[in-house]
Design a protein around this ligand. Sequence first.
Ligand code: GLY
Length: 408
Amino acid sequence: MNKSRRNYAIFLGFLMMMVVSCKQKDAEVTGEEITSLNIPELLSHAEQQLNLQLQMAQKHNRIPRTLTADGEVHWTKPRFDWTEGFFPGSLWYLYKHTGDEKWMENADAFQSHFEEHKLNTTNHDLGFVFNCSYGNGYEITKKSNYKDVLVTAAKSLTSRFDEKTGCIKSWDTHLGWQAKRGWQYPVIIDNMMNLELLFNATEITKDTTYRNIAIKHADTTLKNHFRQDNSSYHVVDYDPETGKVRKRQTAQGFSDESAWARGQAWGLYGYTVCYRYTKDVKYLKQADKIAKYIINQSTKIGNTIPYWDYDVNDIHAPKDVSAATITVSALLELDEYSKTSYKKFIDQLIFDLSSDKNLAKIGTNKNFVLKHSVGSIPHDNEIDVPLNYADYYFIEALLRYNNKYLRS
Ligand code: GLY
């Protein structure tokens, strides 16, 4: 090694020591340290359960979403469904984990059910649908037709962006229950999750239009969606003529001023992804603030699995496991970037998610991995049920944990 290389190596080593020593103590979490997590066993459990679910899905040739009130599988319909990407997404993750081609072939087959939805421009959920399915598929296989699907879906999503509001419109307001709310340009915190598709589209095409829209949306949301305590509103309605905020309300939370649990998780995940692609510290700071809010709330109730809304503290209220799985997956990534260590809370979350209460025994729960999630209480829809996205983010979290802490 010549002298300048050696000096460079010493400098790098010094830098790494600085980074490690800058990591602050664990975020405040009460309780004992968890020492008994068996991540490979949990992955194997999820794989066995998904194997049975796959057989069922193949028999019906449909995508499982949740359970109906009488305990039957609720399959997605041929029309656009914001949850349709999660089942093939879970199959991609199992392919990534096991290398068994069965998972890849079926991920490909099931995502093809909704490929045509890439042209849908009637709501914002294209990021959820296409990034979790074709996005994972493209990352793993680099197939060029997957790339084309992703770029077309991203283009459809950008058709909903407007310069005046600086946001992507979440819902059209002339149809369905949204038409009854008097909104003009509603934007929901969940929409932060659609930005990853746009960042990816710029990486694929080198066209910065997608990324610029994602950044503008993230900045506008940062300005208008958050309260002093760093919890977020669910819906911000804009005036499309002036771009000003008209109302701050909820659709799926307990009240306009409450903190809907899954919404906080979407925000946490969304700003962590924004930091991944931009390295802009304001996004990292926001993700840390949301994490702090979530951890404080969990500490208050003495459990990491939240009630469906952080402002509902009735011990009989339904819990939302899906909010917890999104949170833990996001924290596993945020922990990579943040000065705060989230390890203790992550361990506690996975421990609580994998308790007998929440983790279904093999062959039960119509082969969904987790129980006890909530779709939307105000809509009286999907209450205390398994959900395909709770499973997706749980499997994602297990893989992230495996890669981060267990791979040598
Ligand atoms: N984006 C819909 C939900 O989280 O329920």
